[in-house]
Design a protein around this ligand. Structure first.
Ligand SMILES: Nc1nc2c(ncn2[C@@H]2O[C@H](COP(=O)(O)OP(=O)(O)O)[C@@H](O)[C@H]2O)c(=O)[nH]1
Ligand SMILES: [Mg+2]
Length: 415
């Protein structure tokens, strides 16, 4: 793709009702004027700052941004003069348009503005311009090049510079730690009001996103990662604007409910979709990574099994203690290898994976039981166990890799 300076000529102003007619749905009828990037500015009762921010953003885009662009102001249900200000801006400024929704909710506004869109990349930023605009190009460029699918500003990534109050800082860090603990996600800041996504990716993911308010962002990111998409994180300079539309207590409650809902969905194997041509193709062979991750998981489950064995041996006898110790880690070991070593997340192939993994554990168990039955003495038993478990582990890796999780899995299988 060449980088050209294309000034958008669109200044369409349309309302919610108009958007519902197919002729007004630009996603269905791409126009030659379709910009590469559409930056949505969601607003709710922002009459005081809207014009200033749109001018600043527009001047920045005109003077510093190498791709073609459009600004979409997305107003829901403002009760001040936001709509009038927005409509006037759209009428007088090239490259600025406005949409209106009757119902509140920032997620709802983004969903609508991103769906009814003919741009290749859809983005959004908060109207208070808390994020320094110099982060915009690093946000968009990895999506233009195809390197990433989703890009987010981050106030918690190394290199970011953040000025905000202790309460917001604490809540943000706590929330993101909870996310990380529950989902093991790779992104650090789910809530920065500065994000972009390839529209073809948005088209696949948005129908799965249920939230229409503040949890919308988190849900989108979790779903992106779950479906094997790449999320690019850009450290930002953030100067907080204390004027806020957020009801912190309610939003925190809703966020926690959202986390619980997503955790339940993921545990049930849901949250994956057929990404079609948008899916990332897995590498043919990532043996080195697989074996190191497998070894880490193996060490943890061996330590757990060994502790159980030593704890139970005097009461149950060595053979029974071995049976319990190995059985106790068989399922967890298979779960971890399925997820981390071989990268499967959804339900597809799950039955086969678990029965294969557990069958291999049982074969290892038979081997170690036989050996145990023939030795006495505490040290000898531990040595025999480590040897037989070790041999079983080598066989386990070979069997998992070449049989149970035959690699490379098709992208849709991994999902
Ligand atoms: N369209 C729309 N935008 C909203 C809504 N609520 C908040 N916003 C916008 O979302 C952005 C972030 O809101 P803000 O109050 O600055 O959030 P904070 O920075 O987390 O305190 C601003 O541009 C708001 O105008 C809403 O219900 N609908
Ligand atoms: Mg703000």
């Amino acid at each position: 793709m060449t980088i050209t300076e294309v000034r958008p000529q669109l200044a369409d102003t349309f309302t919610d009702t108009q958007l519902d007619t197919p002729a007004d749905n630009p996603a269905d009828t791409p126009t030659p004027d379709a910009p590469l990037v559409d930056i949505v500015v969601p607003v709710y009762n922002e009459a005081a700052v809207l014009a200033g921010s749109i001018h600043t953003l527009r001047n920045y885009l005109r003077d510093h941004f190498p791709f073609s662009w459009r600004i979409t102001i997305a107003d829901n249900a403002s009760t001040d003069t936001t709509w009038q200000v927005a409509a006037a801006l759209a009428l007088t400024l090239d490259g600025v348009r406005v949409i209106h929704l009757d119902q509140k909710g920032r997620g709802r506004a983004l969903r609508r503005a991103w769906t009814d869109n003919d741009a290749t990349i859809v983005a959004y930023m908060d109207v208070d311009l808390s994020t320094g605009l110099d982060a915009l190009l690093p946000l968009i460029a990895p999506l233009v090049s195809g390197h990433s699918d989703v890009a987010i500003g981050s106030r918690l990534a190394p290199g970011s510079a953040v000025a905000r109050g202790p309460r917001r800082e604490f809540l943000s860090r706590t929330y993101n730690s909870i996310l990380h603990t529950v989902f093991g996600n790779g992104f650090r800041d789910a809530q920065c009001g500065f994000k972009a996504v390839r529209r073809e990716v948005a088209d696949r993911l948005l129908p799965m996103v249920r939230d229409n308010e503040w949890f919308f962002d988190t849900e989108l990111l979790l779903l992106a990662e779950r479906n094997g998409l790449r999320v690019h994180e850009v450290p930002v300079t953030w100067v907080d604007d204390p004027d806020s539309r957020v009801n912190v207590a309610k939003t925190a409650r809703d966020d926690l409910k959202g986390v619980a809902r997503m955790a339940r969905e993921f545990l049930r194997g849901r949250g994956t979709t057929d990404l079609g041509p948008v899916a990332r193709t897995p590498l043919d062979d990532d043996f080195g990574r697989q074996i190191v991750v497998f070894a880490k998981i193996g060490i943890i489950s061996t330590l757990v099994s060994l502790a159980l064995f030593l704890w139970l041996r005097d009461d149950t006898g060595a053979v029974a203690a071995n049976l319990i110790a190995v059985s106790a880690t068989a399922v967890g070991n298979t779960w971890a290898n399925r997820r981390y070593t071989f990268g499967y997340r959804g339900t597809r192939g799950r039955g086969r994976h678990y029965s294969g993994g557990v069958a291999i554990s049982l074969a290892g168990l038979a081997l170690s039981s036989l050996a145990l039955a023939n030795v006495g003495g505490s040290l000898a038993q531990v040595l025999v166990l480590l040897l037989t478990w070790g041999a079983a582990t080598v066989a386990r890796f070979a069997l998992l890799r070449n049989w149970v999780f035959r690699s490379p899995a098709a992208a849709s299988d991994r999902a």
